[in-house]
Design a protein around this ligand. Sequence first.
Ligand code: R5P
Length: 312
Amino acid sequence: MTRPSLFFACLGYACEAARSAAKTIGADLVEASWKQFPDGEAYVRVAGAPEGVGVAVFTGFPEPSTRIVEGMLLIEALRGLGAASVVAAPLYLAYSRQDRRFLRGEPISIRAVLRALASAGAEALATIDIHKQYSLEWFPGPAANIDPSPVFAEALRPVVEEAELAYVIAPDKGALPRAKSLGEKLGLPFDHLEKHRDRVTGEITMKPKKLDAKGATIIIVDDIVSTGGTLAKAAKLLLDQGATRVYAAITHCLLVGNAVEKLEESGLEKLYCTNTVKPRWSKAEELDVGPLLARSVEGLIERLHGYEAEQQ
Ligand code: R5P
C-alpha cells in the first residue's frame, strides 16, 4: 500500500520544527492562527487544508494547559476540514512527568492528556523524548517516541573530537537510556549519577556510579531542564570532582524562573537544546528535530494504515 499524501498543520513556535519536517519530505505546511478570548479561552483556526493525512504540530510550553487545549482544537479543526486521518504531534508533551499516582488521590495526568488528544480526533501520535516511554501505551492507537540523540550527536561530535577523555552522564538512573543512546552514537562510555550519604556527617553528594569525572569532558543528558536545579547541581558536582568541562544535551529547555542564573553560576560550558520549545539563554544552541519528526510520522502513517486494514 502506498503512503497517502500528508500535510503538517502547526501552531506558534511549533511551526519552526513543522516547517523543517514538511521540507524534509516535500509535504505542505499550513500555519494555523490562534488567539485567546478575553475570558482566557483558546481559539484556533485553520483557514484551509490540502487533502490527505493531517499532522497537528503543537508544543506544551509556555502555559502547558493552554497549549494542550490548542492542540486538541487544532486536531478537531483538521477533522472538520475533512483530513483523511490526524496524527497528533506534540513536540514537548506537557504533563508527562505525572505518569504515576505518587500520592493517593492524584491523577495519572499524562494518561488523561493522551486520552483527550485521542478523543479530539487524533488516531496516531508522535512526540519527542517523552519523560517515560511506557506512558505512550495509554494512547489508544499507534504512537512513537522520537529519540533526539542523532541531532545531539551531530552537534557534539566536534566537542568530543577535541577532548582527550569524554563521557555521557545522566543525572539519575531514570535517564540512563538517554545517556546510553547518545553515548553509543558518539562512541563514548556512559553512566548515571548516584547519591552518596556520608555516614559520619550525613552530607549527601552525587557522583558517577562507575566512571571517574576527573580530567574528563562530560556531557549531561536529560529530557527536561525546568527550574535548572537538577542540571546546575549535576554540573557543579562534576566540576568539583575534577571534570575539565561540562556540557548538557537537554531535549526540552523550559528554563523557568531563575534557571538561567543557576546554570550561569554552575560553570556549565554550553547547553544544547532542541526546537521543541524556545530556549531563552545565549549559551543555549537550538537543534532542529524537524527531519526526525518527518521520518517518524511517515512510519506512523504506514502503521496506521496497516492497523486500519487489520480492523476491516
Ligand atoms: C526529572 O525526572 C526530569 O527528567 C528532569 O531531571 C527534571 O524535570 C528537571 O527539573 P529541574 O530543572 O526543575 O530540576
